[in-house]
Design a protein around this ligand. Structure first.
Ligand code: FES
Length: 159
């Protein structure tokens, strides 16, 4: 399986961080890097990572099945995660999630027709002190209001 030059460079750099014979530990970051390019973990991609890390495809599939940040279906170019756990719940997280559902016309783990934005209601993302918090791909947004959420979504649509 071929990746872009930038992804191949990331994978090569990652492999250098592990001692010979210990690439098993690189499975998760390698899957994340590949997911960044492909959008989700296809069976072919799982097999590729297994080969590169010297583990079985089944072991990779077990990892993919366990971690929710590893996706088995195609999601949007931007994956919008809205926390509705306790700190965020108490500060408007649920209202943010419901607003995003209406604005985007999709629900939990669904994607817009143009595959630009997907939505996920998530548990704590570790930003409780700045609740309510959301995440767009690897970017965190704190103290989010409905107005701020609208701005974020609108900016994603114009990218
Ligand atoms: S409860 Fe929302 S970030 Fe922790």
């Amino acid at each position: 399986m071929k990746f872009s030059l930038s992804t191949e460079a990331r994978l090569a750099q990652l492999a250098q961080n592990y001692p010979p014979g210990r690439l098993k530990g690189a499975v998760i970051p390698m899957l994340m890097y590949c997911q960044d390019e492909v959008g989700y973990i296809t069976p072919e991609l799982a097999q590729e990572v297994a080969t590169r890390c010297g583990v079985s495809t089944l072991e990779v599939e077990e990892v993919v099945g366990f971690y929710t940040m590893l996706r088995k279906q195609r999601m949007g170019k931007t994956h919008l995660q809205i926390c509705t756990n306790i700190s965020c719940l108490l500060t408007g997280g649920e209202e943010l999630y419901e607003h995003a559902c209406k604005k985007l016309g999709i629900g939990h783990n669904q994607v817009t027709e143009d595959y630009q934005i997907s939505l996920e209601e998530v548990e704590c993302i570790g930003a409780c002190s700045w609740a309510p918090a959301i995440q767009t791909n690897y970017d965190f947004h704190h103290h989010v209001t409905i107005e701020k959420l609208d701005q974020i979504i609108d900016s994603l649509r114009t990218k």
